[in-house]
Design a protein around this ligand. Structure first.
Ligand code: DGY
Length: 333
């Protein structure tokens, strides 16, 4: 900055961010924006990574080892505009001495809200009901005691896979709605939180899957969680149970899930994330039209407040790095 005589870091934003964030970025950094928000090609990312000091990617950019190896020596920081970091090869970055940061905490509550929204949408047939009015105006025949019946939320058991920040926030909401909380995690959570949530820890995911009414996926995508919900495990779920996913598509074997839904072996699915985003398996769309699935286009953290908070975190991480401090949200390999 002019005051210190230091050169502003060159910061490359791969996508359009909220105006407030971009304005601040331009004040503080030599920021290159993506005004029309067209996703950047690999070639564009590679040439940016050959020139800038900081890359700010989002979940739509695949920053793999190949790209990172070709980065110029000036690239010091990959300041991710995301909570998840499965799209960034953190190991490859570490090998090149490039620091990686993310934006945790600020999208926890919004994502947990979306998880509940999916549970409600599936169990209370919200999208189907709305479609009756939207698709066939004037054709609603009026209230009937046996029509559009969903399932009661209260009194059911939720099985949360991944009891980190988002899983715990889901558990709080679930408890408030009268669900009993079960979870599977790498280990038990702290006893005070477990007691507050009256939550039951299942060491065996298989056993939990067979006993709950709602399965909620809230773990990150890692090599260890890839297809964690395999065909074999999904088949353990009860026929009346549902599954919701606001985490990452590849935690569920999507083809196996489709088969179970088609065969009526589970009652429904609410998905905010997919295996090959933004492509959606047409069979899933067909199931959605038949009322067996509710699909949202990766909207879990999509609130204006959340995006601004994410931008603030990115800025704090970049400033910390260039002020010579440890960025607060450094992601370790
Ligand atoms: C994240 O940040 O990981 C979300 O999936 C998208 O904002």
């Amino acid at each position: 900055s002019p005051a210190t005589g230091k050169k502003k870091p060159r910061v490359y934003l791969t996508r359009k961010l909220p105006d407030a964030v971009e304005t601040r970025m331009r004040e503080l950094f030599d920021a290159e924006l993506n005004i029309d928000d067209t996703p950047r090609t690999r070639e564009q990312l590679a040439s940016a990574m050959a020139e800038v000091d900081v890359l700010v990617p989002t979940v739509t950019d695949r920053i793999d080892a190949d790209l990172i190896e070709k980065a110029g020596p000036q690239l010091k920081l990959i300041a991710g505009f995301s909570n998840g970091t499965d799209h960034i090869d953190v190991d490859a970055a570490a090998k090149r001495g490039i620091t990686v940061t993310n934006t945790p905490n600020v999208l926890t509550e919004d994502t947990a809200d979306m998880t509940m929204a999916l549970i409600f949408a599936v169990m209370r047939r919200l999208v189907e009901g709305s479609q009756v009015l939207m698709d066939k105006p004037g054709q609603w025949e009026g209230w009937s005691p046996t029509w559009m019946l969903g399932r009661r939320i209260g009194g059911k058991r939720i099985g949360i896979i991944g009891m980190g920040r988002i899983g715990t926030a889901v558990a709080r909401r679930a408890k408030a709605f009268g669900l009993s909380v079960h979870y599977h995690n790498r280990g038990p959570i702290n006893p005070a939180t477990e007691a507050e949530l009256e939550a039951t820890h299942w060491d065996s995911l298989d056993q939990m899957l067979a006993r709950v009414d709602i399965v909620s996926v809230n773990c990150p995508s890692t090599p260890a969680t890839f297809h964690l919900l395999s065909a074999r495990r999904l088949a353990l779920m009860q026929p009346s149970s549902i599954i919701v996913n606001t985490a990452r598509g590849d935690v569920i074997d999507e083809a196996a899930l489709i088969q179970l839904l088609r065969d009526g072996k589970i009652a429904g699915a609410g998905l905010d994330v997919f295996q090959n985003e933004p492509a959606i398996n047409p069979k899933l769309l067909k199931l959605a039209k038949e009322g067996k699935a509710v699909l949202f286009p990766h909207m879990g953290s999509a609130t204006l407040e959340g995006r601004i908070d994410m931008g603030d975190k990115v800025i704090i991480n970049i400033r910390a790095y260039f002020d010579g401090h440890r960025p607060p949200n450094r992601v370790l390999p």
